[in-house]
Design a binder for this molecule. Sequence first.
Ligand code: DMJ
Length: 604
Amino acid sequence: LPVIPTLSPGASSFPHHRATLRLSEKFILLLILSAFITLCFGAFFFLPDNSKHKPVFQRSCFVYKEESLRDKIRADHERALQEAKEKLRKSKEELKAEIQTEKTKVVEDLKKKDGPKPLPPVPMPKLVGVSDGDPGDSDTKEKRDKIREMMKHAWDSYRQYGWGHNELKPIAKKGHSTNIFGNSQMGATIVDALDTLYIMGLHDEFKDGQEWIEQNLDFSVNAEVSVFEVNIRFIGGLLAAYYLSGQEVFKVKAVQLAEKLLPAFNTPTGIPWAMVNLKSGVGRNWGWASAGSSILAEFGTLHMEFVHLTYLTGNPAYYQKVMHIRKLLAKMDRPNGLYPNYLNPRTGRWGQHHTSVGGLGDSFYEYLLKAWLMSDKTDTEARKTYDDAIEAIERHLIRKSNGGLTFIGEWKNGHLERKMGHLTCFAGGMFALGADGSPDDKAGHYLQLGAEIAHTCHESYDRTVLKLGPEAFKFDSGLEAVAVRQNEKYYILRPEVIETYWYMWRFTHDPKYRQWGWEAVQAIDKYCRVSGGFSGVKDVYSSNPTYDDVQQSFFLAETLKYLYLLFSSDELLPLENWVFNTEAHPLPVLHLGNITLPGSETQR
Ligand code: DMJ
C-alpha cells in the first residue's frame, strides 16, 4: 500500500511561497462574504425596529448611521412604483405628450450648453404717462396719500414677516403660499407688487424688490405651478416692471420663466395644461375640472404677455402658441354662441356646458378685447371674437332683477343661475373699455351697461355690514345682491369692483366712482387692516368678523393700484397707450401696424 504522507496541521499545509489563492479558496471566501452581506441586509431590513438584536447586527455590519440610506432606498422604490403605476394609468396621447416634453427639454438643454443667447435689441415702445399723476386738488391728494400709506403697510409687513415667501399671513406674521405656486418660494408678492411700488413712487421699496429678484428669483425649481397664475402675476409683473423702469433684469427673468412654461403646451391639441412642473416640464390638469379639461379663463389668458414675449425676444413660439389656441377655438361649435368654461386638451372637445363671465371664464373675454387694444386696434379678428362672445352673453346671461339691478348670471347646461360672483364685477370696466369700437355704434349702450354693473356691484358692498362685497350674491327669492350661503360671504381683498369703478371714472368722470372707491378704502382700512398687514374677512355680514389670515398678492398688484389710479389724474398711464393685464400689470400698446411680429407672417 502506498504510504500516504501525513499532513501537518496548520499553516504548513498551505505552501507559503504561494501569493495568490486557488479558485476553490476564492470561491469559499466569496461565499462567506456574500453570506455576511446577506445577513447584514436581512437584519437591516427585516428585523423589526424594536428588536434587541438589531443594534448588534447594525454595529457589526458597520451600518450604524445608515438609517437614511435605508429610507432613501425605500422611498426610491416607492417612487418608482408610483411612477410606474401613473404611467400605466396614462393614455397614449398623454404619454406621447410627455415624450415630446422630454424631447423639447433635451433640445433646450443642448441649446443652453452654448450659453444663454442675448436677447435681440428691440425698440422700446413709446412710453406715455409714466408720470406722477398728481390729481391737483388737495382733498383727492390726501386720499391718494392714504392709499399709498396702505400700500406701504402691506409691503413693509410682508418685508418683515414674509420676505421671499409667495404671500403673507398677517395675523400669524409669517410666510404663506397656495397650490397655485406649487411648493415654490418665488416671492410672488414682490413680483406682483413691483409696478404698484413704482407707480406710487416708493423707490426704496422698489429697489429692495429688484435686488431680491436679481439675487434670488430662480425658476429651476421642482414645483408644479399654475400656468395661468404664473403668467398673469409673474410674467405680467416682470414685463410691466421692465417697461416702467427700463431695468433689463426684469425682461431677462420674464423670458427665463416663459421658457419654463412652454412644455405645458405639449398636449395633443396644443391647449395647455393648467399646471406644469417648472423643472421636469410635465403638465397636468386640475383634478376638479370637468372631464379632465383645461379652463377657458386659464388657457385664454395668455395672449397679451405672450405677444410681448415674442416682441421682446424675437422668438415666434409664444405668438404661435396663443394664435394656435385662438384658431382652434374659432373652429369649434359653440352651444348658443357661448364658450363653455371647460375644454379637454386631449380630445379638443368641450367639457360641461357651463359659461361664466366670473370665475373660470372671465379673463378669456377680457383678453380678446385687450388683444385688440394692445395691437393698436389692428387685431380685428380678436375684436370680432370679443363682440360675438359679448353679444351671446348679453342674450343669455345678462338680466335685470325685480328691483332693477342689472346682473350677469351663470349659464349651466341651458339654465341660468341668478347668481353673480365678485369676480364677475370686473365686467363693468370691460364693457366700458370696449364701448369705443363696438359694432352698430353701440358705444353708448356698452358704457351704460358698464355703469349698471358698477351700480349692482356697489350695491353688493352697500348691503353688507362691513361695506365690503361678498364672494357671490343672488338675485332671487326676494333677495338681491346679497350672499345667501355662508361659504359665499367672505371678502379676500379682491379688486374687481374697484377695477370697474376706476374704468368708469376714466370714461365718465362721474364723482360717484371716487366716492364709492373711498368707501372701499375706509372699509378695508377699518376691517381688514391688522398690525401685520391686511387680511381677508370670512363674513362681511358680521359686525365681528374673523380673519382668513391671508394677504393676497393681488391686493398689492391690483386693489391698491386701481385705488391709487382712481385718485390720480388721467395723465398717469393713459388707456390709449397702456393696456392692463388681468392682474393690473400695465403693458404698452404695440403699434403692430408698423411692426411684424416673428411668426405672424405665416399665421395670418
Ligand atoms: C386676480 O388674480 C386676477 O384678477 C384674475 O384674473 C382673477 N382674480 C384675481 C383677483 O381676484
